[in-house]
Write a protein that binds this ligand. Structure first.
Ligand code: GDP
Ligand code: IMO
Ligand code: MG
Length: 435
């Protein structure tokens, strides 16, 4: 038995979906632990593309249980759409799905408040650039102990009472933000829609935490799939430009109801460069032509919102922070192919602030503004062969880049990904095999 966590090491979109799909080969079950439909995880197998938002990216392996942890925030309509799409492809046919009954539910008013807040903040240049999926407002309701949970979708009277209590507080806020307060008919429709969705989802709902405990007792291999990335963590990320959940590895234990002693291995996922969607500091960002070139080469457009991703050089100082926060045993390096054709490749190896060199980025927003990234420069490389399956298949400068990153990050690489397809991977270590 071993338990492995896959966690984003940057600002999300590192290629977690691809790596989870690959690691599921050895796993007996996959548990998605963070966030909600703000995530978009893309899988490419033999040129066929699939994007998951809520269902774990292990779904392409029929018969392996796919669980949604209690720490998630679930939009029932998005989940139903995703299930329907997967079933149309012949997936999830054998009762693999289990939705944690204590996960929170995203309702229409969460999305409404998210959007109104963003619009208003944008006018003042303060927008976070959320995905507008209602993530923040749903986690706020949870923390305020007035949230709606998946189990409430089977209890019409309780659901109505909860929705009405929430709206009692939210309607003045909606008005303050310039929104139109919902009519009684609209609220009734929101409740009826949620109940109808709940009825369809009911067969998948259960005690996920207990199911995970049973898998552990049966000595099964369990893979935890993170969403977002370490630098978007509510406690340790680039606050306030973060999401509203614990995206670091500890979030897996919290969400799934599993003790930290159960975890054997944590693998962080990082691109060979960096991207970020939405607002917030990004000291290694490339602007203008250079950023656009990277965006084109890496097809860096959001899988959830379609927004162009901001692109820049890899920030190893930030990577070290991610490694530390999640206790990563190692990393998976993705999208190495995207850098080919660059005359030279730069990496931020440290920050300089007030004459001192820092091995991690400064945390205070004002210090971030003042700090200067210290760069190391590496020789560029030409095309990477599509069938590269060993480090020796890489052009020599690309191999030197990989070796330098391993040294700078201070942890070994589990794999190097050289293309979007499942097959385009150089496997180096087996996360389940170490135990
Ligand atoms: P996630 O949210 O971490 O799962 O990442 P996304 O799916 O949002 O974004 C990663 C994108 O890069 C997806 O379109 C993947 O298909 C693609 N991808 C993953 N690994 C590689 C790689 O090694 N090379 C290239 N070119 N694309 C990759
Ligand atoms: P995956 O799992 C990249 C970002 C948003 C915004 C901030 C807050 O695909 O890597 P939210 O809607 O969560 O309140 O937005 O977090 N964000 C992501 N960026 N990948 C993601 O998920 C993200 N999920 C949220 O762009 O900056
Ligand atoms: Mg993504």
């Amino acid at each position: 038995m071993s338990v492995v966590i896959v966690v984003g090491a940057q600002w999300g979109d590192e290629g977690k979906g691809k790596v989870v799909d690959l690691f599921t080969e050895q796993a007996d079950a996959v548990v998605r632990y963070g966030g909600g439909a703000n995530a978009g995880h893309t899988l490419v197998i033999n040129g066929q593309k699939l994007v998951t938002h809520l269902v774990p990216s292990g779904v392409l392996h029929p018969g392996k249980p796919c669980l949604l942890g209690d720490g998630m925030v679930i939009d029932p309509h998005t989940l139903l759409e995703e299930i329907a799409e997967l079933q149309a492809r012949g997936l999830l046919a054998g009762g693999e799905l289990l939705i944690g009954q204590d996960a929170h539910v995203i309702l229409a008013y969460h999305r409404l408040v998210d959007g109104l807040r963003e619009d208003r903040a944008a006018g003042k240049g303060l927008a976070i650039g959320t995905t507008r999926r209602g993530i923040g407002p749903a986690y706020e309701a949870k923390a305020a102990r007035r949230g709606v949970r998946v189990r409430d979708l089977a209890r019409p009277a309780r659901l109505r009472a909860l929705v009405e209590a929430n709206l009692d507080e939210l309607v003045p806020l909606i008005q303050h933000l310039g929104g139109k307060p919902p009519s009684t008919g609209e609220v009734d429709r929101w409740i009826d829609d949620a109940l109808a969705a709940g009825e369809k989802l009911l067969r998948y709902v259960g005690d996920a935490s207990r199911a995970i405990a049973d898998l552990l007792a049966a000595r099964k291999h369990i893979l935890f799939e993170g969403a977002q990335g370490s630098l978007l963590d509510i406690d340790h990320g680039t606050y306030p430009y973060v999401t509203s959940s614990s995206t670091i590895a500890a979030g897996a234990c919290q969400s799934a109801g599993v003790g930290p002693t159960a975890i054997d291995c944590v693998v962080g996922i990082t691109k060979a460069y960096a991207t970020r969607v939405g607002g917030g500091p990004f000291p290694t960002e490339l602007h203008g032509e250079a950023g656009a070139r990277l965006r084109e080469a890496g097809a860096e457009f959001g899988a959830t919102t379609g927004r162009p991703r901001r692109c820049g050089w890899l920030d190893v100082a930030a990577l070290r922070l991610g490694v530390r926060l999640s206790g990563m045993n190692g990393l998976a390096l993705t999208k190495l192919d995207v850098l080919c054709g660059q005359p030279e490749v730069q990496v931020c190896v440290a920050y300089e602030l007030d004459g001192k060199e820092l091995d991690e980025p400064p945390q205070d927003p004002e210090d971030v503004e003042r700090a200067r990234p210290v760069y190391a420069t590496y020789e560029g490389w030409g095309p990477i062969p599509k069938d590269a399956r060993d480090l020796t298949d890489l052009p020599a400068p690309a191999r030197r880049y990989v070796e330098a990153l391993e040294r700078l990050a201070g942890v070994p690489f589990y794999l190097v990904s050289v293309g979007a397809d499942r097959a385009e991977t150089i496997s180096l270590r087996d996360p389940f095999g170490d135990f």
